[in-house]
Design a protein around this ligand. Structure first.
Ligand SMILES: Nc1ncnc2c1ncn2[C@@H]1O[C@H](COP(=O)(O)OP(=O)(O)OP(=O)(O)O)[C@@H](O)[C@H]1O
Ligand SMILES: [Mg+2]
Length: 264
């Protein structure tokens, strides 16, 4: 399934619902008629209490999980109608994923973990994939561990490997579920600097996070409560490096106040 990049929205979810079936006559409604549009090039963060449905929203808009009703258009293509192989193809070629615990292949080197999705995608030659992997490792500062076993890398390094892997096929969108959740604040800041760079280079980003500092990097914060998006805040473009210290702090404070008003 080919998707086009001419649509101004990357994601358009309409009346998206998800119920988990817990047993006979026992369904848990987790997403309740969610409407969400993410424009090309946007950086959106999703916040809300534990259990409010943030991860479920992410997994349903990226086609990893099957929605119960409603629709999700990705680059104009309705994911609810696609069979699993076509969905898998879109996830591999057009989407990148970064999770709290990244799922890397333990018996492969750092480099091989990065190139494998590029080989599987097959849109470019092996040498072009390897060239891109080399560039991405330079960008993220992990060139020196390319040949190492994945088990020897630190948490921050693993997250960098995850970013390289997520970017190898030049996706339209990067999805992250608590991508810095397992890192100390310094490593988290470095990962957010990298993701900020990815966004400035034109990639759309959708992140689920509990962390105000992380969310303050985004342009728009959605707040979920009990399976619905109940509020959103536009923060505008994150300040450039020179103005970051003061403006970045002010953004964080503004976001924290908003969250407090929402009872978070
Ligand atoms: N596979 C599943 N089967 C049944 N219920 C589930 C499943 N996954 C999630 N849930 C339930 O759906 C609700 C929302 O879960 P979700 O993981 O989306 O929350 P979240 O906002 O991401 O929370 P957290 O901040 O803790 O990660 C919770 O009540 C959870 O128990
Ligand atoms: Mg979650």
């Amino acid at each position: 399934m080919k998707t086009t990049r001419t649509h101004s929205a990357v994601i358009e979810a309409k009346q998206l619902t998800k119920h988990y079936v817990l047993g006979k006559d026992n369904e848990l409604p987790v997403l309740k008629a969610v409407d969400l549009t993410i424009d090309r090039g946007e950086f959106v963060a999703v916040m809300g209490a534990s259990g409010s449905g943030k991860s479920t929203l992410l997994y349903n808009v990226c086609g990893m999980d099957r929605m119960t009703s409603g629709s999700v258009l990705f680059n104009g293509v309705d994911l609810s109608r696609l069979p699993e192989p076509a969905l898998a193809r879109i996830r591999l070629s057009n989407m990148g994923f970064i999770f709290q615990q990244i799922h890397l292949l333990r018996n492969l080197s750092v480099f091989d973990n990065i190139v494998i999705s590029g080989y599987l995608c097959g849109n470019r030659s092996r040498s072009a994939v390897e060239q891109r992997a080399t560039e991405l490792m330079e960008l993220t500062g992990i060139s020196d561990i390319a040949a190492n076993d994945i088990t020897q890398a630190s948490g921050g390094q693993l997250q960098r490997v995850g970013i390289c892997r997520a970017l190898i096929n030049q996706p339209d969108i990067i999805f992250g579920d608590e991508p810095t959740g397992a890192l100390n604040s310094r490593a988290a800041g470095e990962i957010m600097d990298l993701l900020g760079g990815v966004h400035r280079a034109g990639t759309t980003v959708m992140l689920v996070t509990h962390d105000v500092k992380v969310a303050s990097r985004s342009e728009r914060v959605l707040f979920m409560m009990d399976g619905r998006i109940v509020a959103e805040k536009r923060l505008g473009t994150y300040p450039s490096e020179g103005n970051r210290t003061a403006d970045g702090k002010a953004r964080e404070a503004e976001l924290a106040r908003w969250l407090l008003e929402l009872g978070f």
